[in-house]
Design a binder for this molecule. Structure first.
Ligand SMILES: Nc1ncnc2c1ncn2[C@@H]1O[C@H](COP(=O)(O)OP(=O)(O)OP(=O)(O)O)[C@@H](O)[C@H]1O
Length: 261
């Protein structure tokens, strides 16, 4: 059930090799992390606090100055690949001086410069609607709850129709029912626009519901991530939560966590 990271950089999808970061003033380096995600697959990333999940996402998004190792997409360094990247950072990353709609149209203006004003506004309205917050289009982030801001950030990431989706605990601030509804919505969106995705979560059930691959990261410096192929992803989204395979996978992932952490 576990898969290994091939030595050669694959021609498609995301490949991370020997990813290591030395933060100034921090004795131990973060990593090394190695991962491989086929094009159009979701990789759930689960790991103990401080193991480097957000650091990896920031590096993949081009927001980290220096790191060792390589992050490749489509067989070439991600930085020069021209891939459109949709990022949902842990702090949502919304521009506080822009409304929900303008946060999305501004990002679209950068990532998809060919789109006209009307197309951008229509895309913003559609994706805010799909995330269940269409009525918040004119609202500023300071006047939204954390969960609402998270949903705007997810809507913005999907609106870009990205090649690579990077999500850092995107549903952590939501109540259980809204979270379940948005997990289903996330899968439906992803099936319509199957971006290669890294989905960081601390929730084992969420990792299993969403990921075709589950990367269980060890504490920093304690070896390589374990990559698990997830048979649950072969089931229809509506059947996943209640299937026997799901419960079996829950045991497998928890055992991997117990062994690695
Ligand atoms: N800018 C920084 N300067 C110094 N150390 C940092 C910086 N950013 C992160 N770190 C350290 O690097 C390590 C990895 O941090 P990171 O945020 O990537 O972990 P994480 O796995 O995402 O954690 P969590 O699950 O708590 O969000 C932590 O020990 C953190 O303290």
């Amino acid at each position: 059930m576990s898969s290994s990271v091939p030595n050669k950089i694959p021609a498609a999808g995301l490949a991370v090799r020997g990813f290591t970061v030395s933060y100034p003033g921090r004795a131990e380096a973060v990593g090394p992390i190695a991962l491989s995600v086929p094009q159009g697959a979701i990789c759930s990333v689960i790991g103990p606090s401080g193991c480097g999940k957000s650091t990896l996402l920031r590096a993949a998004a081009g927001l980290l100055g220096a790191y060792e190792g390589e992050i490749a997409f489509g067989g070439q360094p991600l930085a020069g690949s021209g891939a459109v990247i949709g990022l949902v950072p842990q702090n949502y990353g919304l521009l506080p001086w822009k409304t929900a709609e303008a946060n999305i149209t501004t990002a679209l203006g950068i990532a998809r410069p060919g789109l006209g004003r009307r197309e951008k506004r229509e895309a913003a309205a559609r994706w805010l609607g799909l995330m269940g917050i269409g009525e918040l289009a004119d609202r500023y982030p300071a006047r939204m709850s954390g969960g609402q801001q998270q949903r705007v950030a997810v809507a913005r990431a999907f609106a870009l129709e990205p090649d690579l989706l990077l999500l850092d605990e995107p549903f952590s601030a939501l109540d259980a029912l809204t979270r379940e509804a948005l997990q289903e919505r996330f899968l439906a969106n992803w099936e319509a626009y199957p971006a290669t995705a890294l989905f960081v979560t601390h929730d084992v059930e969420e990792a299993i519901l969403l990921g075709g691959i589950i990367a269980v990261l060890p504490p920093s410096g304690a070896g390589s991530p374990l990559l698990l192929d997830n048979p649950v992803s072969g089931l229809a989204p509506g059947e996943r939560r209640t299937s026997a395979v799901f419960f079996e996978m829950t045991r497998t992932v928890r055992k991997a966590m117990a062994d690695l952490w």
